[in-house]
Ligand binder design. Structure first.
Ligand code: CAA
Ligand code: NAD
Length: 283
């Protein structure tokens, strides 16, 4: 089950990073978006990140050109018919993800592995819309993908041992340390991390401290690389809101309930860095 040809569905924050690290590892990559404007935006963000690496002397211009030559953009899911592995990285919404999995199952080679980058949703639910649940797994990358060293591989009750081994080898090939989690809401990392981010928003909302002091407290008090509100802005407040709602619906534990301030910011279109405004201004 050697993986040489990879497909990535969605070229947003995560999909563009996943496509990039796969191409950096020498794999042949196709990445899709909902329309051409979004595809060009995602590919543009990837090129900007790679160009910064060239400017900083971390890679040569030839390296960058080689990486980009291994990535083909498309808006047609039928182009994934020759892939060994397809990783879905679209919006955190079960209905949309199930629709993609059902389509992929029809289009892809019977041997192809189908993975999701979901942050918290049930992977067996996605697997059961396909005729290959043994070949469905979670490959949960972390943001920003080119920098973060972790890959959380998620096994459902149906994922085969052979598929998990292929997933592990793929993760190591793209330069990540692979940990294995069970298919439960938020897996390992988000089960711990999402309540922390939501608590920081609750603390701000209840007026206990300023956003700057909450972030500085965690930055210096715990030696985290960034404060939790800055992290929320980086994750995307829409994505965080989808994750919180899905985890609360599943676990019914109030620590996963979305704070009202988060809902209001999403309604206002303040989604964090991606819209230049979240808890902080990025213009
Ligand atoms: N994309 C790609 N590369 C980036 C980047 C981005 N968004 N942001 C920063 N970098 C890289 C750059 O190469 C940068 O170097 P240059 O500016 O010299 O080019 C390098 O990181 C260092 O960046 P900075 O000096 O600007 O800032 P930093 O030292 O704070 O590092 C960081 C940035 C790596 C993002 C660091 O702050 C960090 O690790 N933050 C925490 C990230 C984290 O917790 N991610 C997990 C989110 S949760 C998740 O992913 C799961 C989920 O399901 C929601
Ligand atoms: P995003 O909003 O930046 O990107 C999602 C992209 O998917 C959008 O550009 C959208 O146009 C595209 N899309 C939607 N439907 C599509 C379709 N049918 N075909 C092709 N593209 C389609 O979101 P993101 O932050 O990249 O999150 C993507 C997934 O990764 C989610 O499941 C999220 O929970 C997960 N995730 C996010 C983070 C994070 O920090 N943001 C970290 C780990 C995992």
């Amino acid at each position: 089950m050697e993986i040489k040809k990879v497909g990535v569905i969605g070229c947003g924050l995560m999909g563009s990073g996943i496509a990039q690290v796969c191409a950096q590892a020498g794999l042949d990559v196709k990445v899709s978006e909902a329309n051409d404007a979004l595809l060009q935006k995602g590919l543009g963000a990837m090129k900007a990140g790679l160009s910064r690496n060239v400017e900083k002397g971390r890679m040569t211009k030839e390296d960058m050109e080689g990486i980009l030559s291994r990535i083909k953009g498309t808006t047609n899911i039928a182009d994934f018919s020759d892939r060994d592995l397809v990783i879905e990285a679209i919006t955190e919404n079960m209905d949309l993800k199930k629709k993609i999995f059902a389509e992929l199952d029809k289009i892809c080679l019977p041997t192809a592995l189908l993975a999701t980058n979901t942050s918290c949703l049930s992977i067996i639910e996605m697997a059961m819309v396909t005729k290959r649940p043994d070949k469905v797994l979670g490959l949960h990358f972390f943001n920003p993908v080119p920098i973060m060293k972790l890959l959380e591989m998620v096994k459902t009750i149906a994922t085969s041992a052979e598929v998990l081994e292929a997933g592990k080898q793929f993760g190591e090939k793209v330069g990540k340390k692979v940990i294995v989690a069970k298919d439960s809401p938020g897996f390992i990392v988000n089960r711990l991390g999402i309540p922390f981010m939501l608590d920081a928003i609750r603390m701000l909302d209840s007026g206990l401290a300023t956003k700057e002091d909450i972030d500085t407290g965690v930055l210096l008090g715990f030696n985290h690389p960034m404060g939790p509100l800055t992290l929320c802005d980086m994750v995307g407040l829409d994505t965080l809101y989808f994750i919180a709602n899905a985890m609360y619906a599943e676990l019914k534990d109030p620590k996963f309930a979305a704070p009202s301030l988060l809902g209001k910011m999403v309604a206002a279109g303040w989604l964090g860095r991606k819209t230049d405004k979240g808890f902080y201004d990025y213009k």
